[in-house]
Write a protein that binds this ligand. Sequence first.
Ligand SMILES: [Zn+2]
Length: 354
Amino acid sequence: MINGYHDMKVGDQNYKLEVILKNYQAVKKQILNQLKTDSSSIVYQLWNFYLSQDKMCHANCSQCQMISHLSNDIIINEPFMIKTGQTLMLRQTAVRPFLKWTNDQIKGDAVTIKILVTWILEDVLNLPHTINLLTAYICRHNACLLYEVPTINEELCDFERLLEYQYTKDIVYGLLCQIIVLYQALSKQQFSHGRSHINSFLFNKTPCDYTYEYNKKSYHIQCDYTLQLADVSYSSIKYNNHLLFPHHTVVNILCNHFHSQHKQTHTFVVNDIEGIKHTLPLSIDLYLVILSMMENDNFFNTVMENQNCYDLWKNLWQQQEGLVEQRLMNNDKSLTEIKMYVDPYPYLFNYITT
Ligand SMILES: [Zn+2]
């Protein structure tokens, strides 16, 4: 068992592939444990103890050494295969790391919070829709995030690309069900996606097939493709009763209380979508992601032509038949004056297969 990567020396015999992967897993687990048992200390320990940070590196910091043992042909931001058959990708972004503990909340830079939120989601969700972030480190002012990425035909596949392959009724219905289940599960974690859009997802040619419990009933989710939430750059989440959030979306916190303000009508109407779309949590995330899917013509037409899909779409909105469709067709993406449910899930789950 290793404690962080800082002690590892060049020439250490920890460089076998299986050992490297096991160590990544172990450190990830230690960080989550630390967050659960003593959240405030993670602020000091994350980059000074658990994860490696080398601002002077000349390809010889502990993590650079380890990464070089994974594969000989790693290109930044491109998928590569390792001997276990997994497809990995190393993403790099400039970073000025900071984490701050105030009033039982953890505030940090966008990358550091993204790393923690990604690991927390994997820990709490227990659904096939999270992405596996193996490790993260800082090397010469760059944050390097090593992901196991979903691929189709060995390439990353986003929503537009997926619909070039196929958009049958079953696939469109399956994708809608996955999105609804995922956001319902996320809402229990007081998760706020922030800038919610289907482009935050990647798709996998592994079919998904599971049952999901909602209001004491089991729902059967099945689809030829599995979607995975890959980008949580603007997200906040509550973990062990502490809210973690990136410093640039402070408003997310205020909006986590949005629900209670609307108890009476169970409805909200947006008057200024530009002003709120980067900040509102809860069901607005679901609305925005489904709207972004409906902007694709193939997806839109399939939903309109198939009863199962259309039922899910129609019951998202309150008695304003055709209005949202009309706006989408006129390329008007505003939600102004359209009535949305604060909690749309009871309506939507009526139309998901049990
Ligand atoms: Zn390095």
